[in-house]
Design a protein around this ligand. Structure first.
Ligand code: F6R
Length: 241
């Protein structure tokens, strides 16, 4: 695994954007797997800036987001659809038909999951998957458990994740408890994965990514089995011990 330790979140965001730029330079019609959350925000800002400066062209790029909450209006300010359009898609020249985000409001969620999986395969698979990590080691919404799903599926969110997400919602009861997420197999099938992490709170999860036993109780540890992972973290998140 390649590890890039950055002095702060700003540098982490620049390094993340460079990885995407390299992927797009090598393959202008590449397929990107994207994450939401606070971690990739700065990277998206850099991508928007690079597009504005004319150094990036998203016209042929296809995107697949990792996950979306269930039973939350896509227009809700906290939906991942809103997040992606506000922070990236509305500011770059990606075609609407090339954007894929699971439909958490689908009446037939299981079909939605199967169709999402098929669409990724039809697009030729993911060239570069961007991941953040939950404090509990989740990736996408693959939460720590005795066993994990391979493909895109509906999942219950753990209390840690619900508590972490509560900061974005006015009332605790509004915080979604279910989501559609790519499975561990969907993620592991990506040809390359970049993991972004900043801040002290991610240290334990990074430790599990870099060494120790592979266990479904810390989903990020499974990435040790992937042949092409780049960890980009700041000094605060990097375990020196
Ligand atoms: C987001 C996602 C999550 C986040 C993780 C970290 O699409 O799948 O796994 O990457 O919860 O969230 P932040 O970046 O807010 O710490």
């Amino acid at each position: 695994m390649k590890v890039i330790v950055c002095k702060d979140k700003e540098q982490m965001s620049v390094e993340g954007a460079k990885q995407i730029q390299e992927c797009m330079n090598n393959k202008p019609d590449c397929v990107l797997g994207l994450a939401t959350g606070s971690t990739p925000l700065g990277m998206y800002e850099n991508l928007c800036r690079m597009y504005k400066e004319g150094t990036l062209d998203f016209s042929k790029v296809k995107t697949f987001n990792l996950d979306e909450y269930c039973d939350l209006d896509v227009a809700d300010k906290n939906s991942y659809h809103t997040f992606m359009f506000e922070n990236l898609f509305s500011k770059i020249n990606v075609s609407k038909e090339n954007i894929h985000i699971p439909d958490g409001e689908s009446k037939d969620a299981n079909k939605e999951c199967k169709d999402y999986e098929k669409a990724i395969v039809q697009a030729g698979g993911i060239d570069l998957q961007v991941l953040g990590i939950g404090r509990n080691g989740h990736i996408g919404f693959n939460e720590p458990d005795e066993s994990l799903f391979v493909e895109t599926h509906v999942t219950d969110l753990t209390q840690t994740t619900i508590d972490d997400n509560a900061r974005f919602f006015e009332k605790k009861q509004d915080v979604p408890t279910k989501a559609i997420t790519m499975g561990m197999g969907t993620i592991m099938n990506a040809r390359k994965i970049i993991v972004l992490a900043n801040g002290e709170g991610k240290k334990d999860a990074i430790r599990a990514l870099l060494s120790g036993k592979v266990t479904t109780n810390v989903p990020v540890s499974l990435l040790q089995l992937h042949p092409n992972v780049v960890l980009i973290c700041d000094e605060a998140a990097y375990p020196n011990d």
